[in-house]
Design a protein around this ligand. Sequence first.
Ligand SMILES: [Zn+2]
Ligand SMILES: [Zn+2]
Length: 342
Amino acid sequence: MKGMVLKEFGKPLAYEEVPDPKPGPREALVESKANGLCATDLKLVDGLIKSAPLPLMLGHENAGVVVETGSEVDSVQPGDRVVVVAKQTCGGCRMCRVGHEEMCLNTPGRMGMEIDGGFGQYVAVPERNLVKVEEHVPLSGASLIGGTLASPLHAIRMARVGLGETVVLFGLGGLGLHALQLLTNLGAKVIGVDVKPEALQKARELGAVETINAATDDPVDSVLQMTDGIGADVALEIVGGAAVPPVLQQCLDLLSPGGRLIILGYHYGQTFPIDPAQLVYKWIQIIASHNHTVRDVRDAASLVNTGRVKPIIANLAPMQEANDAMNHLRAGDPIGRIVLEW
Ligand SMILES: [Zn+2]
Ligand SMILES: [Zn+2]
């Protein structure tokens, strides 16, 4: 088969012939059809994710079609259209057994990060890591169910966001526009913050009640004005990069007493000083999260199957153009996700 292979950190991926994967008895062979491209892929290429071995095929936001199944597989069959849950889990460790497989203590790794992912034409995937999607959902959109939807879904669940709560969402990039739709489905009142007018416009189309352009307006003052001086119930940070420390401080400043800060965006080495007195005297909770469970993916798939959440695709590109697509992503966050198709 063919694959786009990361052979050296900081260098373009190479399109070349690679060995076909062989599914084990409890695995299915999935023909990779679509892969969402995200900032994590850039971190992988840059060598910032130290667990990544080389050579590696990226592709942790992957959807495809089952073409072959191992002898012990019974929940999927050839022809099924599936989302791949990237993180492989042991199923037996303490965290897996209490329903937190996203925190698996014996993980073999994540497909597309420590194990070859959907940048190869075929992927051998454990049966437990497959979630079916309905016929009418294009696989390009389905590829966003795994990481782009399920990861914010997991974080929002951890923060127990509820009906009518005010949520300030910082960062309306690929992840942010999907988190926004999850929050509006929960009945939250979302205030979107970004520095790009097009992103703010898209957020309003997708249900943001208010938006703030942080390039021209102070988010803290604006949110306090919008909430009668009380502040927001929840602040969700998905900005990433150098903006993380100042945005986290703004989040703490604009939360109401009892507010929750959810951290999803990060950049290695970007630290942030916390005044514990501010946390204590405002009863603030900080929730940080990455990854998701199979259940999160299943529920995200249900939201897409029923049309309640729309995958937002910035543009589709052939897999062979992955290097150009990464440059495009690096140059400035597109509106929605770039999806690479085999
Ligand atoms: Zn991702
Ligand atoms: Zn485990």
